[in-house]
Design a protein around this ligand. Structure first.
Ligand SMILES: NC(=O)C1=CN([C@@H]2O[C@H](COP(=O)(O)OP(=O)(O)OC[C@H]3O[C@@H](n4cnc5c(N)ncnc54)[C@H](O)[C@@H]3O)[C@@H](O)[C@H]2O)C=CC1
Ligand SMILES: O=C(O)CCC(=O)C(=O)O
Length: 454
């Protein structure tokens, strides 16, 4: 039975009002649920098994949240204390899976939005993974390696009770890269006396998968290529602006260069650099050293490459480019940024970060028929290769770079086709946001209904 738009709208409003009341002041979580329900509610109302099963109410309550204290000693011998969380959101289709974020701004709301979105992203990959997210308000910036090690070991001492290779498999996210995963995995192994794949993103000599570091950024580009090709647009010859200069941003830039795209800008939390000559592979190689080894600031780029400019405390969306890739953090692209990109003729945007675009900005892009690839679809390559890392650990084999890269391409292609299947509107236009949300929803919801009331 079809419902009038007004009934759907009222249902969305009253559902989200309930979410806000039950989760006071968790603004990022409210935003993620609203975006999801705006896509999914009409589908739920048209399919009574979902409505009767109160599936959206069940899906917006996490299975559990573990909150704990992490005490550690700094290099001066002072005792420091942080808070950590693991939000195990939903394991209907597989063990919990999702990254850990270390950033001073981490809150329960942020980890709940990330864990919620992870459920549907992981479902889209086609691999058996539930959704979780965790992290701490610990700031790795400015800490010595030993301090980071002591923090990671202390955090894992508690976290290890709640995870396992068939229970919950954490990985990296903002502030958690190869160094942190190594310390965390080392401590997990020591505590359990078992060498199993309970974390992903591990070093290659101890169970890591080739292409995992590159996977999120590469996957964003593979998805964008599919989306453009579907609209008869070529990637080759385009220009791009990227935010961030971490794992996702730098490997997104690398793959764009391979595809013949000119990369004009990158950023970090202190501002952005604009290089009108383009950031080529030699410059990118230097940036990787700067960020992953020297742990420096993006502003140092202009000392080395004086043809570029640094814009302190600004975001890169004012630069004219065909393509935009927000790859830093949530809500880093608002309606004014969207207007600037649209005025400058942007064709497409793909979210490398999780929820980087505000709801108003997403709507503006869609109203202006800008191709918009949401995070759940576009950045799923990272967790997909994490899933492949788990498979390799389980069979005690390591696949080649080419094998993993080919599987990643196929997974991104499959995600694109699911977006088309569920996102094709009655007006003939494709909404990748609706497509990703509904496709992910159907998979997780069907599993939940099959289990009965739980
Ligand atoms: N690492 C992964 O495999 C995946 C990461 N993501 C998402 O991609 C985004 C980036 O993650 P990573 O590259 O892994 O982290 P990272 O720690 O390697 O890099 C984060 C980048 O964002 C910048 N940044 C952080 N907070 C910022 C702020 N408030 N304003 C401006 N810039 C800021 C940092 O300066 C840095 O350049 C996050 O939203 C993360 O959740 C999504 C899927 C997988
Ligand atoms: O590889 C993973 O398990 C985590 C990836 C992740 O945190 C994400 O997709 O946002």
């Amino acid at each position: 039975m079809a419902f009038t738009d007004e009934r759907v709208k009222n249902e969305i409003e009253s559902f989200n009002q309930g979410v806000v009341e039950r989760n006071p002041a968790e603004y990022e979580f409210h935003q993620a649920v609203r975006e999801f329900t705006e896509s999914v509610m009409p589908f739920v109302m048209d399919n009574e098994e979902y409505a009767d099963g109160h599936i959206l109410q069940r899906m917006t309550e996490p299975d559990r949240i573990v909150i704990f204290r992490v005490c550690w000693e700094n290099d001066e011998g002072h005792i420091c204390c942080n808070r950590a969380w693991r939000v195990q959101f939903n394991n209907a289709i597989g063990p919990y899976k999702g990254g850990l974020r270390f950033h001073p701004g981490v809150t329960q709301s942020i980890l709940k939005f990330l864990g919620f979105e992870q459920v549907y992203k992981n479902a889209l990959t086609g691999l058996p993974m539930g959704g979780a997210k965790g992290g701490s308000n610990f700031d790795p910036k400015g800490k010595s390696d030993r301090e980071v090690m002591r923090f990671c070991q202390s955090l894992m001492t508690e976290l290890s009770r709640h995870i396992g290779e068939d229970t919950d498999i954490p990985a990296g996210d903002i502030g958690v890269g190869a160094r942190e995963i190594s310390y965390l995995f080392g401590q997990y192994k020591r505590l359990n006396n078992r060498f199993v794949g309970t974390l992903t993103g591990k070093g290659l000599s101890f169970g890591g998968s080739l292409i995992r570091s590159e996977a999120t950024g590469y996957g964003v580009v593979y998805f964008t290529k599919q989306m453009l090709a579907h609209h008869d647009i070529q990637l080759d010859g385009k220009s791009a602006v990227i935010s961030g200069s971490g794992n996702v941003a730098l490997f997104c830039a690398e793959k764009l260069l391979d595809e013949g795209v000119k990369v004009l800008a990158l950023s970090d939390s202190s501002g952005f650099i604009h290089d009108p000559d383009g950031i080529d592979s030699e410059k990118l190689h230097w940036l990787r050293e700067l960020k992953f080894v020297m742990r420096g600031r993006i502003s140092e780029y202009v000392d080395r490459y004086p043809s570029a400019d640094f814009f302190p405390d600004q975001r890169p969306w004012v630069i004219k480019a065909d393509l935009a890739f927000p790859c830093a953090t949530q809500n880093e692209l608002d309606i004014n940024d969207a207007k600037a990109l649209i005025d400058n003729g942007v064709i497409a945007l793909a979210e490398g970060a999780n929820m980087p675009t505000t709801l108003e900005a997403v709507r503006l892009f869609q109203d202006n028929e800008i191709l918009f690839a949401p995070a759940k679809a576009a950045n799923a390559g990272g967790v997909a290769v994490s899933g492949l890392e788990q498979s390799q650990n389980a069979i005690r084999l390591a696949w080649t770079r080419e094998e993993v890269d080919e599987k990643l391409k196929q997974i991104m292609k499959h995600i694109h086709s699911q977006c088309l299947q569920y996102g094709n509107g009655s007006d003939g236009k494709i909404s990748y946001v609706d497509g990703a949300n509904i496709a992910g929803f159907v998979k997780a919801a069907d599993a939940m209904l099959a289990y009965g009331i739980a």
